[in-house]
Structures are given as structure tokens and as C-alpha cells.
Design a protein around this ligand. Structure first.
Ligand SMILES: [Zn+2]
Length: 416
């Protein structure tokens, strides 16, 4: 598994293929008639077998939607709801699609059973915000960034096409509105907390400066993101923006910690071996170089002692002038002082490298203590993570975007 976040949108498949105005127009007509044209019905609904592109309530899964809204109405935030769903082993929408239609079999086929209820915050949030559950159909939520690009961006909410009352609701309008109010107020509260969680950990891959936090307003709320501090201060020519959304980063880092936590619980021995191997591969070469440097420095230190003794003898015997003696002895003393400093540094570094196996055990014990983390806190991150290096997003061949995020864990560095 590589440390990449893939910005791939798996939904609205038809949209990606849609380039002609003609198809769009006919889709538009379908939407107005209240038709549901996506590949899969959202959780809680199924496609009506008798009427094409019409949704009907799925009695087998509606309880999941009802449960999520109930929990929200009781005042639980999205991360708490996610925790409760995991604790109750509630199946996720994508797992249900796998069970029913065989989609995502690459993810689920050989996965341990817990994969079936591995909820994330994004899934919970998108269900809580989806007007489908009050009987409306929402279209054109996303569009392509430009004619050439396949990257999908969220449209302004004013551009969405919402058709009301196209199918039977699962959630009442008043409950739904109540939850929207709660989500908005939590987002306001989060602002301060947000900056604290990653404080001091985020670094720009281009210039090494810290990333700075900022927000931008959209009609549907305020969104937090980070960008390179040097770029923010000096602009183009100094660095590029290294922009990353707070929610994306949060979800990714949390998923990695959840992954390691699970490894630590299921097979601690195996994880320890893996960490030591990863550590060895990286630090093996480093240790060898440090040992060589140390040997060379010690040899030169001994040579200098000899040279200095001979220099003294030469001066005493009158073979060199006092002026030359002073000049050369000052030079040797400088080099001696430099060597002593280098030797101390090298010895300390070597000790540090030899510490690796103790460190790996310590790291595992930390991640075991956190149990299965369902939210990120500053103490958790600072205990486990040294730094997070954010790269610029790049466009890949198929037109989607990829962004590399490197997590360097404390004691053990980068592991995959
Ligand atoms: Zn930078």
C-alpha cells in the first residue's frame, strides 16, 4: 500500500463519459421527470424494478439511514457517529454494494470481516447532507473543472438542480433541517481545534516551510485548507501552493493510524518485524556510513597527535622556526578541535541508530494504547508522528489528480 491519496471520484460514472450537449439535454429532461440515473441507489433506497430510474425505499437498509440521523439528532458529531457505527458493526454502503452487485471486489474479496463496517467521517457527513433522504433528487452537484480536464469540482449550490418530491422520503424535512443546523455550528466550533491538531507537523515538500491554515467561504459553508507558508507570504517564484483540504488530510491521516492500530492489535510480532526491516533498509546504509566516518575520524585524530609530537620535537631540535611552529600548531589544534566535535556527533548518532529496535517497540506500544482511533487529537498525532510532508497535486494520465502525502512516524520514519 503506498502513501498516496487518490482523488478519484467513483460516482456519477455517466457524467465522466458525457461530452455531448445532446446527452446532457436528455439527462436534464430525465431529471425533471424525477428519474434517478446513477449506477447505484444511495443506501436506504433501491431502484424500482418496475419503473426505470425511479427510487424506492429499501426496507433492508433504511434503518442505517434512520440510525445515522437519530444519532445526529441526539447531538452526536460525525466522528462520534462513525465510532458508534463501527462499534455496532453496521455495514457500509460500499460493502453492501459489494454484497449485492459485486462492486469493489478488489477491496472486499480477501479483506478481514471488519472491513465491512469500516466507516469514515466523509461517508457519514455525505449521508447527513443528502437531500435524497427527504424525497428530493439533486443533480449537477459536480462538474468538470474545465472542458479538457476530467477533474471533478463541486459546483456552487445555486447551480444544483434539485427536484422535490421525486420519491418517498426516509427522513422528515424538520429533522433534516435540524441536522443541517448542527453540522454548520460544529464546523464553526471546529475552526480553532482544526489548526491545533496538525500544528507544527505539516511541511511543504518544495521548500520545507510549515503549511499555514486558512479558510475559504462557499455558499454551503466555510472550508479549511492548508498551503505552503512561503508561497502564502511571497507568492509565485518562491514555491507553489501545496494546497490540501483539511477534511482530505484529516481523513487520510486517520485512516493510516487506524491501519497501523489494527496491525498492532492483530499481529504485533509481524508489525515489529516489518518496522525493523523498514528501519534496517533505510538506516543500514546510514549506519555503515556513520561507522566508516567514525573510523576515519579516529584515525586522523591519532595521526594529528603524532604530527603534533613530531612538530614539537622539530622545534625543540631547532629544525623549524618558532614562527612556523606557531603557525602549524595553531592549524593542528584547529583540526583537533573540529575532529573532537565530529567524533562526539558521530558517536551520538550511532547510538541513536542502534536505538531503533527499542524505538519500534515503543511506537507499537503507543499505537496499541490508542486502541482503534476514531478521531485525531494533537497529543495522539504528536506521540506517533514526526512530520507530514505534503506534495503538490499532480494530474495523472487519466485526468484525475493525485497528491502525495508522506507521513514520517516518530522513532521509525516512513513506513508503508
Ligand atoms: Zn513550499
Amino acid at each position: 500500500m503506498s502513501d498516496f491519496v487518490l482523488f478519484k471520484n467513483l460516482f456519477n460514472e455517466w457524467f465522466a463519459k458525457d461530452t455531448s450537449r445532446k446527452i446532457k439535454t436528455s439527462m436534464n429532461a430525465k431529471f425533471r421527470a424525477g428519474e434517478h440515473t446513477c449506477a447505484y441507489a444511495p443506501i436506504g433506497y433501491k431502484k424500482n424494478p418496475d419503473i426505470k430510474n425511479k427510487l424506492m425505499i429499501d426496507e433492508e437498509t433504511r434503518w442505517i439511514v434512520e440510525k445515522i440521523f437519530e444519532l445526529a439528532l441526539l447531538g452526536n458529531g460525525t466522528s462520534k457517529i462513525m465510532k458508534l457505527l463501527i462499534a455496532d458493526k453496521v455495514p457500509t454502503p460500499s460493502y453492501l454494494n459489494y454484497k449485492r452487485f459485486g462492486t469493489f471486489s478488489n477491496i472486499y474479496a480477501d479483506a478481514p470481516e471488519e472491513k465491512a463496517w469500516e466507516w469514515n467521517i466523509g461517508q457519514v457527513k455525505s449521508i447527513l447532507k443528502d437531500e435524497t433522504y427527504i424525497g428530493n433528487s439533486v443533480h449537477y452537484r459536480q462538474t468538470k473543472a474545465s472542458f479538457k480536464s476530467k477533474r471533478r469540482v463541486y459546483r456552487d449550490k445555486s447551480e444544483w438542480l434539485t427536484i422535490e418530491g421525486t420519491h418517498e422520503p426516509i427522513i422528515s424535512k424538520s429533522d433534516f433541517d435540524n441536522v443541517q443546523g448542527q453540522l454548520a455550528s460544529r464546523r464553526r466550533e471546529k475552526k480553532d481545534f482544526t489548526t491545533q491538531v496538525f500544528a507544527g507537523l505539516l511541511k511543504c515538500s518544495g521548500c520545507g516551510w510549515a503549511l499555514t491554515y486558512a479558510t475559504h467561504k462557499r455558499k454551503d459553508g466555510t472550508y479549511g485548507y492548508y498551503k505552503c507558508g512561503k508561497y502564502s507570504m511571497y507568492g509565485k517564484g518562491y514555491c507553489s501552493n501545496h494546497h490540501i483540504h483539511y477534511d482530505t488530510l484529516y481523513a487520510y491521516v486517520l485512516s493510516r493510524l487506524q491501519y497501523w492500530s489494527k496491525q498492532a492489535h492483530t499481529d504485533e510480532e509481524k508489525l515489529l518485524k516489518k518496522l525493523l526491516n523498514a528501519g534496517d533498509r533505510e538506516s543500514g546504509a546510514v549506519r555503515k556510513k556513520q561507522e566508516n566516518d567514525l573510523k576515519r575520524a579516529e584515525k586522523r585524530r591519532a595521526e594529528l597527535d603524532n604530527l603534533f609530537t613530531r612538530l614539537y620535537e622539530d622545534w625543540v631540535a631547532g629544525r623549524i622556526t618558532e614562527y612556523n611552529f606557531n603557525m602549524l600548531s595553531a592549524k593542528y589544534q584547529d583540526e583537533q578541535a573540529q575532529l573532537d566535535e565530529q567524533l562526539n556527533g558521530l558517536k551520538a548518532k550511532l547510538n541513536e541508530t542502534r536505538q531503533t529496535s527499542t524505538d519500534a517497540e515503543q511506537w507499537i506500544s503507543y499505537i496499541r494504547e490508542t486502541a482503534y482511533p476514531t478521531e485525531l487529537t494533537a497529543p495522539l498525532l504528536n506521540t506517533l508522528i514526526e512530520k507530514i510532508v505534503v506534495h503538490d497535486a499532480v494530474k495523472v494520465e487519466d485526468g484525475t489528480k493525485e497528491q502525495e502525502i508522506e507521513i514520517y512516524y516518530r522513532f521509525i520514519g516512513k513506513i508503508e
